[in-house]
Design a protein around this ligand. Structure first.
Ligand SMILES: NC(=O)c1ccc[n+]([C@@H]2O[C@H](COP(=O)([O-])OP(=O)(O)OC[C@H]3O[C@@H](n4cnc5c(N)ncnc54)[C@H](OP(=O)(O)O)[C@@H]3O)[C@@H](O)[C@H]2O)c1
Length: 242
């Protein structure tokens, strides 16, 4: 029976690369998306061509609790098992404190912290039954603080924190870890100038931006690393060392 991975925010970018990586290993893939329906359908076609009937898609806005419950229910019904949950979906935008609103709080906490926590609540028994893994995608920039991003970093910091607590609570049947990317891709719908890229790369010891594959490979590593739990792996080219 093929193993199954549920990846949130999987229609594009890093989530899509994780889906392609696990499809290459013959896994079933549950592709969650919110607004990128066409990208999700295109990815589903690619995965089903490679491994017939291996990919399902499901829409849900993680800010909305009923959507999270529907995502849990559908995910349980697609295949007979769920081995891995990757909490990858994320809203990301600045909230300078003078303008930060409760709406921003709900949006950034919803996709980055509240949605992931309630997904884990709804799916952990199924994941535990196959001694599976939960991987939360956080951010390397949490320790030093990021001006104008206090709500986003609060959400990702919360996700990193529950990674540790749930690693204890769900042991020994589930490994819970986090992957903290550094500068991998430009933010969605943003194109950086050459100067901006150069200024980002200047602060990265390995002298390049990361790629989707760097994250997907780390997720794959953690899924196979059954004696690691409660840890965060920074995939940031050494940026956090400076
Ligand atoms: N890219 C980087 O350099 C970088 C750096 C640090 C950390 N990270 C983290 O790595 C992960 C992947 O990064 P990425 O750049 O590939 O992410 P992304 O493209 O910014 O977002 C991934 C997906 O999240 C989904 N999403 C956003 N709000 C949602 C909501 N309310 N409900 C459900 N889904 C929602 C979107 O799905 P739809 O398109 O379907 O709406 C989006 O495609 C994220 O957790 C991100 O915070 C990335």
């Amino acid at each position: 029976m093929s193993k199954t991975i549920l990846i949130t925010g999987a229609a594009k970018r890093i989530g899509k690369e994780i889906a392609l990586t696990f499809s290459d290993m013959g896994w079933n893939i549950i592709i969650h998306y919110n607004s990128s329906k066409k990208d999700a359908e295109d990815l589903q076609s690619i995965l089903n061509s490679a491994n017939p009937n291996s990919a399902k898609i499901i829409q849900a806005n993680l800010d909305i609790q009923e959507d999270v419950e529907r995502l849990i229910h559908a995910s349980k019904s697609f295949f007979s098992r769920i081995d891995v949950l990757v909490n990858n979906a994320s809203a990301f935008y600045p909230t300078p404190i003078k303008n930060a609103s409760t709406d921003d709080w709900d949006k950034l906490i919803g996709s980055n912290l509240k949605g992931p926590l309630f997904l884990i609540k709804g799916l952990h028994e199924m994941i535990a039954s196959v001694n599976g893994s939960i991987i939360n995608i956080t951010d390397t920039n949490l320790t030093k603080g990021v001006a104008d991003f206090s709500v986003y970093t609060a959400a990702k910091g919360g996700l990193q924190s529950i990674t540790k607590g749930l690693a204890r609570e769900l042991a020994p049947n589930i490994n819970v870890n986090a992957v903290a990317p550094g500068a991998m891709l430009e933010p969605p719908d943003v194109t950086w100038s050459d100067e901006k890229k150069a200024s980002v790369i200047k602060n990265i010891p390995l002298k390049r931006m990361g790629s989707e594959k760097d994250i997907a490979n780390t997720v794959k590593f953690l899924v196979n690393a059954k004696y690691i739990t409660g840890q965060t792996i920074k995939v940031d080219g050494g940026r956090s060392l400076l």
